[in-house]
Design a protein around this ligand. Structure first.
Ligand SMILES: Cc1ncc(COP(=O)(O)O)c(C=O)c1O
Length: 349
């Protein structure tokens, strides 16, 4: 266990990184947080330096995908303080996954403590306010052990690494930053499978659809419901939102990952702007009737959709000022540029 200590020349307490021009790439930071589960007890190892992990070859995470991950962001606020955004929601979602893959839950206190410790240990890597970048926090959870049978592990590692990131889709948010997406013929999740939890297996199977979409010149793949291929599900690692008239609509499906960004945006729409909100099935044919569309998620924030292409058919959408309002409210709350009426900011100190 290492006690992080930094010394600075002058007033700049940040590493010498071009924060304003970062992409969404892995840039290793010096420290990660780790806890291990053995004999029914979680034990925090605290902040560690090694990026490499040594695992028994029979580990369930390697053979049977007994694995979960999370993604969230830490921002430097306008007030110079450092804030995570709703980390308890990520802890709850990870534990929904843990119950499904038959592993032990990570106590919320341990999860939050890990986010705090890893952020504090890597403070010079937290992008400054106004840089447009943030610290991406990646908690993950793996089943390990000497094993060969198809069964849940009895030992687990919970680890969190961080990396400073810029926008997920190049260009970030703006009226001239609409992206095009391709409806995929493939599925990322089964109708009553694991689409609703953040298990690694849901992502390996999205590599081909994503690669096909990118090769054809699109930003990402859009998935339809896996049963009828009729209803819109989600977009790569982001949820789908649209305005139909005055109403903000979003798909309601068991195989969609319940996005914390989406939940936050729906609450902002309802409670700050008094816009009607509907979570319901959205038939692909309904794209003819919608006024504006967007993808949302921790990484994508809000990315508005310029075009959806499905074989021969193309739908085009304009930028809608309401995306700007939602973006300003969400990012304003995350970065303490505005008040936080919902208590979503979690200060790290
Ligand atoms: C498949 C999928 N959908 C949606 C999201 C967006 O979720 P959140 O807003 O919690 O980041 C993610 C990212 O976590 C994802 O992987």
């Amino acid at each position: 266990m290492t006690q992080p200590r930094y010394y600075f020349n002058g007033d700049n307490h940040k590493v010498d990184l071009d924060f304003a021009h970062l992409g969404f790439d892995y840039h290793p930071c010096p420290y990660r947080f780790e806890a291990v589960y053995e004999l029914g007890v979680w034990r925090a190892r605290g902040v560690v330096e090694e990026t490499a992990m040594s695992l028994p070859e029979g580990s369930q995470c390697l053979h049977y995908g007994q694995q979960l991950f999370e993604g969230m962001k830490v921002h430097t606020g306008a007030d110079g303080r450092v804030y995570a955004f709703r980390p308890e929601e990520n802890a709850r979602r990870m534990n929904d996954g843990a119950r499904y893959i038959q592993g032990p839950e990570v106590p919320e206190e341990l999860f939050i403590r890990g986010v705090e410790e890893v952020t504090l240990a890597n403070l010079p890597y937290v992008p400054p306010f106004g840089s447009g970048a943030s610290l991406y926090v990646r908690p993950f959870y793996i089943g390990i052990g000497e094993n060969v049978g198809v069964k849940p592990a009895s030992q687990y590692i919970f680890r969190i690494f961080v990396t400073p990131v810029g926008p997920y889709f190049k260009g970030g948010f703006g009226p001239d930053q609409g992206k095009s997406f391709m409806v995929s013929p493939y599925d990322r999740a089964a109708p009553f499978g694991t689409g609703h939890i953040k298990a690694g297996g849901n992502y390996a199977c999205s590599f081909k659809p994503g690669a096909d979409a990118k090769q054809a010149g699109f930003a990402e793949a859009i998935y339809l419901d896996p049963k009828e291929h009729r209803y819109i599900e989600e977009i790569g690692a982001a949820n789908f939102l649209a305005f139909k008239g005055e109403t903000l609509i979003t798909p309601n499906s068991h195989s969609v990952l319940p996005s914390i960004t989406r939940r936050s945006l729906l609450q902002i729409a309802r409670e700050i702007y008094s816009w009607p909100v509907e979570e319901r099935l959205i038939d692909k044919a309904e794209l003819d009737e919608i006024d504006a569309a967007a993808a949302c998620g921790t990484a994508a924030v809000i990315t508005w959709i310029r075009q959806v292409v499905d074989g021969e058919k193309t739908w085009s959408f304009p930028f809608d000022q309401r995306w700007q309002q939602l973006y300003d409210s969400l990012v304003g709350i995350q970065t303490a540029a505005i008040d936080d009426p919902f208590g979503w900011r979690h200060e790290i100190r």
